[in-house]
Design a protein around this ligand. Structure first.
Ligand code: F6P
Length: 547
């Protein structure tokens, strides 16, 4: 879309907002008994109810026009065809190839990548099957019982989130742990209680240079060498990286190095060999089902008209709130305890992708981009921050996620969980009017004066928007679909905002400064040249650090 067309699209949204300001959700539902039917859609086994949003047919038409005019369809094709849409790193964006279930070639830079993708998957299968069966053991011949993944960002959040989500598919005698933070407490507390003879480390780093990961990897190496001897190291380490040379240099056996490619971004890498600890924990077949679920969502995203396309619908509704209403945060609230790490995963997925303020041409964007993404599982959140969502001064669009079937046979629990999630979206949408509060308090026998005093505190403004995602059960397939759904949603939004959703230069400056500060923190160089705050903090640290 020409820049002006996109701008015109945003202007139309501004006008539509004015119209919708007088049409609260309570009224929209009262007017239209078929609102759910009109504003819900399914894809790859997931039901999206988006009826509790501040939308009507005109708004949706304008949003989809904006998506079309912004080139969502063209950019989607460009991504599939291996164009270097990550322009600042001059890379293709091909994570969909990692889960592709068809038999057509997938071309990147003139080469069909599918044979290499399948070869790495076969290697993952062979290795994880062998560790799980005990064919591959620790140095002293003991069966591996604990796998520790060392990685950070995309090399941690994805597999850690998936392993927890698929807990019903894990075995009690093979546990996966995740160490990411350079804070020594993380690796210390993880290794406490583990037996080195039965522990396998996976060093996961796309670049194999990330300081946090390499520091943790060296500490783990020392732990093995100190307890089992240097010669034990090769039997207790595997690596996942695009930097095969650096893995070999670290001392990882050639046949325990699992590669991937520069066309897979860190936050899109759980589908690659970065998923090795997942395959280890849940078995390769379940990992393969996770990939197949994502592919089903890819097909939905690529083949469904925009009007019924889940990632597109979620993407444009997010744009509506961010740009026409100025809502700056978005809550993801899984009513699924095993999705506790899903909001954290999405923080990288969404905020590292769309936390940008220049367009693809390097000009300042003329509109707001990615929202702050946050969340916690329901019902715990209900007893913590939901107060603000219901009655605070900010409007926070929410996504509620819930399975129809749990994995446990504890009948009262799940019905209660479902009742809670439905109650929350209904309460947010309806609110409670002054008249309703007065009636309620009268019925409780309160005096006129008491009613007058209490009423304002008990009014709920309502008209607070949410999506509900309902799925049959949190199986590997469904989880794959869910994750891919959010990936594509972020893509749609990044395209509308005309930004590069695939680089992350914003994390570099802090890394550079930390490197420069380290000798000063260690007392090997003076802190001169820094601002007075940094110098003051350095001085405090040096005066108080452990000897
Ligand atoms: O946080 C920046 C980042 O580059 C992420 O994009 C990436 O997922 C993470 O660091 C880890 O990088 P690597 O896998 O190369 O260690």
């Amino acid at each position: 879309m020409a820049k002006s067309g996109r701008k015109a699209g945003f202007e139309t949204l501004g006008k539509l907002r004015k119209k919708m300001e007088d049409r609260p959700l309570r009224l929209l539902f009262a007017e239209d008994p078929n609102r759910f039917q009109r504003f819900s859609a399914t894809g790859a086994g997931i039901l999206l109810d988006y009826s509790k949003n501040r939308i009507d047919e005109d708004v949706m038409a304008a949003l989809l026009d904006l998506a079309r005019a912004s080139g969502v369809e063209e950019r989607r094709t460009a991504m599939c065809e291996g164009e270097h849409i990550n322009i600042t790193e001059n890379r293709a964006v091909m994570h969909m190839a990692l889960r592709y279930q068809g038999d057509r070639p997938v071309m990147v830079d003139g080469k069909d990548v599918m044979p290499d993708v399948r070869k790495v998957l076969a290697d993952i299968k062979a290795y994880t099957d062998a560790v799980r069966s005990g064919d591959i053991r620790g140095h002293g011949g003991e069966q591996i019982t604990d796998v520790v993944n060392i990685g950070i960002g995309g090399s941690d959040l994805g597999p850690a989130m998936v392993t927890l989500a698929l807990a019903p598919y894990t075995r009690p005698d093979l546990r996966a742990h995740y160490v990411s933070n350079v804070d020594g407490a993380h690796i210390h507390d993880t290794l406490k209680g583990l037996d080195p003879k039965k522990t396998l480390f996976i060093v996961a780093s796309k670049t194999f240079t990330t300081d946090e990961t390499m520091t943790n990897a060296h500490s783990a190496r020392e732990w093995i060498a100190d307890t089992l001897g240097e010669e034990a190291v090769p039997n207790h380490f595997a690596a996942v990286s695009t930097n095969l040379e650096a893995c070999a240099k670290f001392g990882i056996r050639q046949d325990r190095i699992f590669g991937f490619w520069d066309w897979v971004g860190g936050r899109y890498s759980v589908w690659s060999a970065i998923g090795l600890p997942v395959a280890m924990a849940v078995g390769y077949d379940n990992f393969a089902k996770f990939l197949a679920g994502a592919d089903a969502m890819d097909r939905h995203f690529l083949e469904t008209p925009l009007e019924k396309n889940l990632p597109v619908l979620m993407g444009v509704i997010g744009v509506w709130y961010r740009n026409a209403w100025g809502f700056s945060t978005h809550a993801v609230l899984p009513y699924d305890q095993r999705l506790s790490r899903f909001p954290a995963y999405l923080q990288q997925q969404d905020m590292e992708s769309n936390g940008k303020s220049v367009t693809l041409n390097g000009k300042a964007v003329g509109w707001s981009t990615g929202p702050i993404v946050w969340g916690e599982p329901g019902t715990n959140g209900q007893h913590a921050f939901y107060q603000l969502i219901h009655q605070g001064t900010d409007v926070i669009p929410c996504d509620f996620l819930i399975a129809a079937q749990p994995h446990e046979h504890l009948p009262p629990h799940h019905d209660k969980l479902v009742a809670n999630v439905l109650a929350q979206s209904e309460a947010l949408m309806l609110g409670k009017t002054e008249e309703e509060v007065v009636e309620e308090l009268k019925a409780q026998g309160l005096s006129k004066a008491e009613i007058k005093e209490l009423t304002p505190h008990k009014v709920f403004p309502g008209n607070r928007p949410s999506n509900t995602l309902f799925y049959p059960q949190l199986t590997p397939e469904v989880l794959g679909s869910l994750v891919a759904l959010y990936e594509h949603k972020v893509f749609v939004q990044g395209t509308i905002w005309n930004i590069n959703s695939f680089d992350q230069w914003g994390v570099e400056l802090g890394k550079q400064l930390a490197k420069a500060l380290l000798p000063k923190v260690q007392g090997k160089a003076s802190g001169e040249g820094h601002d007075s705050s940094t110098q003051g903090l350095l001085k405090y640290y040096r005066a108080n650090k452990a000897e």
